[in-house]
Structure formats: structure tokens, C-alpha cells
Design a protein around this ligand. Sequence first.
Ligand SMILES: Cc1ncc(COP(=O)(O)O)c(C=O)c1O
Length: 378
Amino acid sequence: MATRKVEFYRHTVGADELASLKQTVDSLFLTLGPRVRELEGALADYVGGGVEAVGVSSCTVGLFLTLRAFDIGAGDEVICTPMTFVATTNAVIHAGATPVLADIDPRTGLLDPAEVEKAITPKTRAIIAVHLYGQMSDMRALRGIADRHGLFLLEDSAHGIEGMRDGYRAGHLGDAAVLSFYATKTMTSGDGGAILVRDPECAARLRILRNHGMSKDAAARHGGTYQHWDMLELGYKGALTDVEAAMLLPQLARVDAQRNARQCLVERYEGLLRDEPAVQLVERSGRSTHHIFALLVPVEQRDRVLRGLGERGIGCAVNYNAVHTLRYYRERLGDQNERLPSATDFGRRTISLPLWPEMPEDDVDYVAQALLAELSES
Ligand SMILES: Cc1ncc(COP(=O)(O)O)c(C=O)c1O
């Protein structure tokens, strides 16, 4: 049994969040109210570029609501990357549309714009790019393709708000970008999400769709005498709450400092692993959020290494086995391994190592040495 334990992830929620939560608990509103608006304003200011933020209950819900806001549904195809968490493609199916997978660039794990172009049919309505591990997709190329073919471009930015590429942030080039505040993300309230969107009409519709289709939310109805509300369209229960926003506001203030701390740890990992022939580092360009530190090992060693690291007390993950290799999608889409060789291979070889902002450097060294030892054994 291992005596040393290195967790895969540790959150940094603490005294600042407790103070902010107390302020909300002592106030009138716990659900969609002033703290959600405050967070939405702070997220919009952080991203800049005329983007508005709409707080939602998760990234999954945010992706779904955005597809609904773009009136994407039955008969429509949405091009997605297979190197993602199932939430991306599930949201497309929940909206009634069909996910069409396009292959990735094997060096970065990101959607390959040339493959996207090949996957376009007369039914294609949208592309969803995923900023895998926090490295932004090639949004300039994808925006060009979307414009040429009259498609919506969505960003699954569950892996953080702090990324930048070619001077653009999430929400600048996509028609919408969706953040996740799930328990392991770079900012967390346990669960939660936000949609970044530039079109004010779309933002207004998303605010209606996240709240049952109601014309006014509770905070807007509060004060003065009773106000009737109307139901404008069939909406959903999908808003962020003031309790969640209260937890997130202090984290947004330190999101860059924490990202920089993760970058130092990633550089340390890479320095220790770069010369190992059995390790392939994932290529990056621009400013990654460094949400996840993933690398590739030989396919025949991957599962053995995962087990060995686990036995040494090291928390690891696989982000991700490619979507089309999972049973539901195999049954729904048929065998896509030959169509998607790069994603199939990437998904079989990837391992994510422990990373969080306050991770001791000594733990990085321990994990890297353990990985090298496992690779030489198996
Ligand atoms: C790439 C990606 N997309 C979407 C999601 C879903 O986020 P949420 O749990 O907030 O719905 C995740 C969460 O892990 C993710 O990693």
C-alpha cells in the first residue's frame, strides 16, 4: 500500500468564499438574484470584447440552452470533436440534433479545422469547438469556416475562462462560449456554469430560457406591489444561484494568479518528462488555462501505468477516451475508429496527472519520477 498520497485535484475554496457566502446567506436572495448579476458583470468585464455573461446551472445545460437559443434541433447536424467529455455531444442530442464527429490534430488534441470542413453537409448548422485542457482551439480558422458556410460557432470552454489565443478569449470569436464551474474546474461552486455571448438579443433569450420561459425572474419581480409575469416560450430550469455566484466571485479575482501557479507546475512536469521517449507532451499555442496536465504514453502501456500510479497513491484520470469509443455512441454512431484515427489513438494513449494551484513542487517531482518508473517497468 502506498504511504504517500497525491490527490488528482484540490480546490482552493476557503475563507474568502465563506465570507462571501455569509453575505448572501444573511441577505434575502439565495437563488437567481443580485449576486448572479454581480458575477455576470464581473465575468463580462474579465473577458471584455462586448461579451455578456448569463449564469446557468452547468456547462451541459448552458450548451443545451445555447443550441435552443439558436433554434438548432431535429434534422440539424452539429460538428463536434470526439476528444471531449460526453456533455458536449450529449447536449446536441438533448437538443434533438445529431452530433457529427470530426477528427483532431494529433499534436494538440484539438478539433482540426480541415476535418471540420470535410464534415460539413447541407444539414450542418453549427460547430462546437472544445478548448481541451484549457488550450484554445484555432478559433480564427473555425470562425472563417463558420462564416463561409453560415454556421453557428460554439465554444465549450468548460476548461476555463483564462485562456487566450491570437489575442482572443473565449466568447470573442464564437457566437457563444460556455463555462463550467463543476467541482474540479478552475473556478468552482460544486456545480454551475455561464454562457458568454456578444449578441444582446441572444443573451436576453438565454435569460428567459434558463428560467422556465418566464418574462421576469424573482429578483426582477421583487419590490413594490405584486407584478404579473408571463411565459413567453417553453423554457427550462437552468439558472445559476446566488449561493453559487457568491462562491465564485472571490475565485474570479484570483483566477489568473492560480493559472500562473499551474503553469509553473506544468513547466516543471515538462522539464522532467520532455526527454523520455515513451512520453509525448501535448503541443500548445497561446495561453492555456492549464486546467489539466495530460500527456500521451504508448497505447500498450497506458492502462498498466494508470494502475501503477494508482498503487503508488497518485490520483490520475483519463481526459478522455474519445466519445465515439464509448458504448452509447458506438451503438448510436457505429464504429467510427477508422474515420477518426487521430482521436481514437489520442484517447487510448492519454493520461492526466495531478495538478492544482497549491500543489507542492515536490509532489510534481514524485509523480514524474513515478511515471518514468512505471514506463520503464511495463
Ligand atoms: C469539455 C467539457 N465539456 C462540458 C463539461 C460539462 O460541464 P458541467 O459539469 O458543468 O455540465 C465538462 C465537465 O467536465 C467538460 O470537461
